[in-house]
Design a protein. Structure first.
Lengths: 207, 207
């Protein structure tokens, strides 16, 4: 794995979003200056970010919108679809299951699991909620690479182990818990209360 | 404002979460080593983080759980409740309106706004969805400090301007857009598709 900083991946993702808008508008080329604006950075940074992955663009002509978008999708691993399961069919889990932004980027929700009998059997955006007790058995069929965890904090770590044993390699965690990822597994955490606390800190310390 | 790194605020928030668990269990003191484990860091880092805000703990006795939790709540601005409005009553907005984790930390949802007539008038967790056209008038009464934005990307920046003019000082943004914050306003963005792309990058570049 090429080790590039997370901040670089973040900018590449912003460039791609902007390039796809331009593709939709039929634009053929773009300068590094305009691309820099889209990612809130400088043209020197854009050139540095992209040169890491090879040579793009012609001096004076800028980058080809289509070719650069295609290359960025490959770099970001968006060239193929990913199979995603959601663990936890509560309010956040249900909202994510129906979130159009995932499918638009090639993340396909193929399974949803919950331990609450009242939720098992319900259908969310065409996917039926399965019993969490059947997780291992169903994952053998579904073979997801990615899991989204929207469960209470006290069961999150246990689920990381179960998912990892079943072959999941990436976990997007919404539980307010610090999770330990086994080797070869990437865990990203989104903690909404924590985001609000960072805001709260900023507001409390305003001059 | 004391400028401390976001990563420090993040650790303080994790320490606080852990201290509150210990308070619930009746524990009176804690060592910097155990606190370090809770935040996934070292005891030297814990002492450094806390010393920034004054002197805590006694050599050999550790920290008082209650006193340290109280001080961390003050530092994080959690000593007082914050009034929050949610802009956008779609699936994500509705899920957030009903998210218990916000209220538990003193973030009170006092208003929800949407421009869709089908959503205006509905009640989410005791709060009625108001017409976005009435935003300025209602914010005069509600006086929120914080807004959560769950609107389409193309209207997000315009709403930042309107909210800021109405006195909002912190914005938690869920729209997939890069927002420019006016002076004195803090914007935090949570981009779920981007989080998945960072996972996707890691999976695609696995050895």
């Amino acid at each position: 794995m090429k080790h590039i900083a997370e901040s670089t991946v973040r900018r590449l993702s912003l460039y791609l979003r902007f390039l796809e808008e331009l593709e939709g508008q039929g634009r053929e080329t773009i300068s590094s200056e305009v691309l820099a604006d889209s990612g809130g950075t400088t043209s020197a940074q854009v050139r540095k970010d992209l040169s890491f992955f090879g040579s793009f663009g012609k001096r004076g002509l800028g980058y080809s919108v289509t070719a650069l978008a295609k290359r960025l999708r490959e770099i970001l691993g968006l060239g193929q679809p990913w199979q995603v399961v959601i663990i936890g069919a509560g309010k956040i889990g249900a909202a994510l299951a129906q979130y159009r932004g995932f499918r638009a980027r090639g993340f396909h929700v193929v399974g949803i699991f919950d331990s609450d009998p009242a939720k098992v059997g319900r259908t969310l955006d065409g996917v039926t909620v399965s019993d969490l007790a059947q997780l291992e058995r169903e994952l053998k069929q579904l073979k997801p690479q990615i899991a989204v965890l929207t469960v209470p904090a006290d069961v999150a770590q246990e689920l990381v182990q179960r998912l990892t044993k079943a072959g999941v390699r990436g976990i997007l965690n919404f539980a307010p818990a610090t999770l330990h990822a086994p080797d070869g597994v990437t865990v990203r955490s989104v903690n909404m209360a924590l985001e609000l606390e960072i805001l709260s800190y900023a507001l409390a310390h305003e001059r």
